[in-house]
Design a protein around this ligand. Sequence first.
Ligand code: KE4
Length: 432
Amino acid sequence: MGKQSEALFQRAQEIIPGGVNSPVRAFRAVGGTPPFIEQGQGSRIFDADNLQYIDCVSSWGPMILGHGHRYVVEAVKRAATRGFSFGAPTLGEVELAEMVIAAMPSIEMLRLVNSGTEATMSALRLARAATGRKKILKFDGGYHGHVDSLLVKAGSGGATFGIPDSAGIPEDVTKLTISVPYNHLDAVTHAMDEHGDDVAAIIVEPVAGNMGCVPPAEGFLQGLRQICDERGALLIFDEVMTGFRVAYGGAQSLYGVKPDITTLGKIIGGGMPIGAYGGTKKVMQLVAPLGPVYQAGTLSGNPLAVAAGKSTLGVLKNSSIYRDLEERSAEFEHGVRRSAEKHSVPITFNRVGSMWTIFFTEGPVTDYESANRSNRDKFARFFHVMLAEGVYLPPSQMEAAFFSAAHAKKDILQLIERADRGLKKVAWEFEK
Ligand code: KE4
C-alpha cells in the first residue's frame, strides 16, 4: 500500500476505533492497510498516493450513477447555497417521498430518516405497535444495520435463538429475535408454528447482500408473504441495498411480492446520509405525530441529502441504465466464469443485476451456511491481487460488490482481464 495511506492509517488508528468509521473498512477480513480515498470520478476512485482503482464497492451501493455525476453535484451545490438544514418541512422532502411512492406501489406513506439502521429500527418498532406482538423473525446472515434486536448470532441449521452478535446487547433484547436459514421456508414455517402468534414481523433482505450476494430461491419471497398473511405478521422488505439497485422499483418489483413495510437507504440519498421506511397508510398512520409510535431526527429529510437523492432517482427513472447495468454485469460474470474454468478455480458467482459476489467455493451458495464454506484465504489473496491490479473489491467475502452506470464497456473488459490474472495467481498458489 502507498506511503500516504500507511501514514494516514497509523494516524487514524490513534483516535478512531480501528482507524475507520465503519468496521468493514478496516480490511480485517482480508488483511493489509486500506487505501485512504481522496476522490472519485465516474467508475474510478483515487487514493492518497494517487493510485487509481476501478471501484466495485460504490460506497456499498449508493453510487449507482458513479462518482461525481454532474447532475447530482449541481443539485447538491444549488441546495447548499440555499442553506444546509432548517429542522422544518421543505418541498424537497415531499418530492423525494412522491418519487419513492411512485416507484414502489406497496408504499402509500413514507418517513425519511438518516440511515438504513434508523429505518429498520423504526420499522421494527412500528411492526410491534401495529400487531401488539413482540417477536421478530430474521434470517441467518441477514444484516439490517446495527439495531440491538437485529444483531443476532447468524446461526446455521435450525432456528437460532437470539444470541447477541455484539457486546453490550442484553439477552433480554435479543431473546425476542428468532433467526432461521435464508431460503428455507420450512424453517420459517416451523418457527412460526412455535412462535407465530407472537411474531410481529418477518424482516428479510429480498436479495441478500450481507452474506455476499444470495438471490431468493424460487417461491421464497412469495412463501414469506403467504406465511405472514396466514399468521397475522407483517412482512418487512429491507431494501436498503436492493431499493433502486436491482430495479427502479426494487426487489419487490422484480419478484412481484408486496411487503407491508419497506426500508430504504443508500441510493435514495445518492451518497448522502439517508434512510426511509414506508408502508400502507393504515400502518404508517401509527407514526408520530399522527400516532403513538415515536420516531424523530434532527437531520431527517436533510435538504442536501434529499437533493442528491432526487437527482439520482431522476437520472435513473425511465433510463436505459438498468438494461445497461444488466448487460455489463452479465458480461463480467461470463468472463469471470470462463477464467475460473480455464484456471480450474472452483467459484460460485451469484448476481442479481449489478450486485454480485464471487464466492471461492464449489457452491451453490444459497444461504449463510453455504456462503460460509467459501475459502477466505483464497478470497483474501484474490482481493489483494486485484487491488494491486487497480481493482477495488469489497474487502470481505461476505459482502456484495456493485457496478455503476459509469462502468463503461472498457472498464468491464479491463476487469475481466485483471480477474483472469487474479484467478490465475490463486490457481497457482492454491490449486497446484
Ligand atoms: P446503514 O445504517 O449502514 O445506512 O444501513 C444499514 C443496512 C441496512 N440494511 C441493509 C440490507 C444493509 O446492507 C445495510 C448496510 N449495508 C452495509 C454493507 N454490507 C453497509 C457497509 C458498512 O456497514 O460499512
